[in-house]
Design a protein around this ligand. Structure first.
Ligand code: 1HN
Length: 348
């Protein structure tokens, strides 16, 4: 905008006079507000699992899960300081639960996923049904479902929490409640819902609504199921040049993404494979499940090692290079963006 000097001076005087009335001129910020393409404030970043784990274990010596309610280190994007956000719409943290500990039952409008990084045999109980967790299992606690965690095993358990906290904050729609007792009473035996809904089947007749919310029945996607599915796909299908072999986790109630705001998927790249560049509007959080290689994100190279966590901000082109069989888990706000007709991708 080019303005004459006296015009600029008079406008500045006007801005000062209108500020106490809570008014600002759109023409000074229009270009920032309505951009020709996304310009994410989030930065490309990788957290080394071992480094986060060291800090988390030290926290484990200093504060109990019961005291903390949830003993979590937030993975804060360096471009979004103080916002508890890993990308603008999503949160990520690493949670530690030590042998014998209980993280008390609560529920909130935020939707959450857990992706197990380490340990074996701790549980998340969702509305009183335990999902016994093993490495690289995906467990959901959809919005407004009671959840507590416990670790009856003899080893620490660590998982990645992925939540839509910044999204719910954006909509100003956060509600939360605590259960009086720290553990929800057991409603059905562990694995009951997985048997009913996890095999592409559902009860012919059943009291779905009074056991599990009909819109969101399934909450456990075990590694022992999804990992062989990727291998089978890799053995028989042509490979997608942009994704490798990729499978999305589904909500069996509607065939859509796992939760209303969050989509999650896994992908496998065979040794030596390199993907073509692809950019999407859903900034994505990735976990390296297995293998090693390189992620090239808008030209920035990131070395990938097992259990590392890295992010690809919105509209950043990603290329993946697999040194050996590379398996990744990823989650993003694609589910929300598709509902809002915002999602776009470009495959080069
Ligand atoms: C939460 O409920 C959990 O249940 C973990 O494990 C992390 C971060 C913010 C708000 C709620 C959990 C959370 C959270």
């Amino acid at each position: 905008m080019t303005l004459a000097n006296d015009q600029r001076a008079q406008l500045e005087a006007l801005y000062q006079e209108m500020a106490p009335a809570n008014l600002t001129p759109l023409w000074e910020s229009l270009a920032d507000l309505v951009r020709p393409q996304p310009q994410s404030p989030a930065k490309v970043h990788r957290w080394s699992y071992d480094e986060v784990r060291d800090h988390l274990m030290r926290a484990g010596d200093l504060i109990s899960a019961e005291q903390a309610e949830r003993r979590v280190l937030i993975l804060e994007n360096p471009g979004l300081p103080g916002q508890s956000a890993i990308v603008p719409s999503l949160y990520a943290g690493l949670q530690l639960i030590l042998p014998g500990e209980v993280a008390p039952s609560h529920r909130h409008t935020q939707s959450a996923l857990r992706f197990v990084m380490e340990g074996d045999g701790a549980f998340t109980a969702v509305d009183g049904e335990k999902a016994i967790m093993r490495p690289f299992d995906l467990v959901l606690t959809p919005g407004w479902q009671w959840h507590d965690h416990g670790n009856p095993s003899s080893k620490p358990m660590i998982w990645l929490d992925g939540l839509d906290i910044p999204t719910v904050r954006h909509f100003d729609a956060s509600f939360a409640e605590h259960l009086e007792s720290s553990e929800h009473p057991e409603t059905v035996p562990p694995g009951d819902t997985l048997a009913r809904y996890g095999n592409n089947m559902r009860p012919v007749r059943g009291s779905v609504a009074d056991r599990r919310p009909a819109h969101q029945p399934l909450f456990h996607y075990p590694y022992v199921d999804w990992r062989p599915a990727l291998d089978a796909m890799a053995a028989s299908a042509g490979i997608d040049p942009h994704l490798g072999h990729a499978l999305e986790f589904l909500n069996p109630a509607n065939g859509g993404p796992v939760m209303p705001t969050i989509a999650a998927h896994v992908r496998l790249l065979p040794a030596g494979f390199e993907t073509r560049p692809r950019r999407t509007t859903d900034g994505t959080v990735f976990v390296v499940v297995e293998g090693s290689g390189t992620a090239v994100i808008e030209g920035q190279e990131i070395a990938l090692h097992p259990r590392d966590i890295f992010i690809v901000p919105s509209w950043h082109a990603l290329r993946l290079q697999a040194a050996n069989t590379l398996v990744l888990f990823g989650y993003s706000d694609k589910a929300a963006q598709e509902k809002l007709n915002l999602y776009k991708e470009q495959n080069a």
